[in-house]
Unconditional design. Structure first.
Length: 232
């Protein structure tokens, strides 16, 4: 237990340049308090004391502003920086050396049973306000941008940004997506559908008027933009 406490303090000092001393970390870092409380609550949970575990986790939530369900599984050296508004669901699995910033949600997407929360790999950084929802896997060494909403699995060594989340880098290389449908962006899909519909109607009008299609009008330019390669 004492080795784990020393490890947690060292992890905070290593990842937060504002941490000046171990005593400051122990007394002032609410993320650390929430983590230590969780470990006790989790022990109660797995030994059948589920109601006391839940009740005490709610007390910790009132004190720290961080809600960690006692049923979650959390690895070593988790660092919750600032922490206010962080929510970690019951079936969440968090690996080692993970960093969470304020407002992060590791949550579910509905009323499904069983494994319904995400699994976070080792050495993952999740930016402020990011939402990772559902039974999905975030691979090792990933970076999730602030305020991103991630609804699908993310492979190892990837960087994700946006709503919904898109991979912008993988293995250090920028990801280029040539099909707009692949980015799962409702706005892009709607624009593509509108452009296709307008093009079809204009072609029908030209056919009725006995004219050939002209590739230089505004609608065709819109279609060209929609069909261009997307760099996400």
């Amino acid at each position: 237990m004492f080795a784990s406490v020393r490890e947690d303090i060292a992890a905070v000092k290593d990842r937060d340049p504002a941490a000046k001393s171990p005593i400051e970390v122990v007394l002032l870092y609410s993320g650390l308090h929430a983590l230590w409380g969780f470990r006790f609550h989790h022990w109660l949970w797995i030994h059948g004391w589920q109601f006391p575990a839940r009740a005490l986790s709610q007390v910790a939530r009132l004190i720290t502003g961080i809600e960690i369900h006692p049923g979650a599984q959390i690895g070593r050296r988790l660092f919750i920086d600032h922490g206010m508004g962080v929510v970690i669901g019951e079936t969440t699995i968090v690996g080692d050396d993970v960093t969470l910033y304020q407002g992060v949600t590791l949550g579910g997407t509905g009323k499904e049973h069983g494994k319904r929360h995400p699994t976070i790999g080792n050495n993952v950084v999740i930016g402020a306000g990011a939402k990772i929802l559902g039974n999905i896997m975030i691979g090792e060494n990933c970076r999730i941008g602030a305020c991103s909403v991630v609804l699908r699995d993310v492979p190892d060594n990837s960087t994700v940004v946006g709503v919904p989340g898109h991979i912008v880098f993988r293995e250090g290389q920028r990801v280029v997506i040539t099909d707009p449908k692949q980015i799962n962006d409702p706005l892009s899909e709607a624009l593509s559908a509108v452009a296709n519909e307008v093009k079809m109607l204009k072609d029908e009008v030209r056919h009725l008027q006995g004219r050939e299609s002209s590739p230089t009008n505004g609608t065709d330019k819109l279609q060209q933009v929609i069909e261009m390669d997307y760099q996400i």
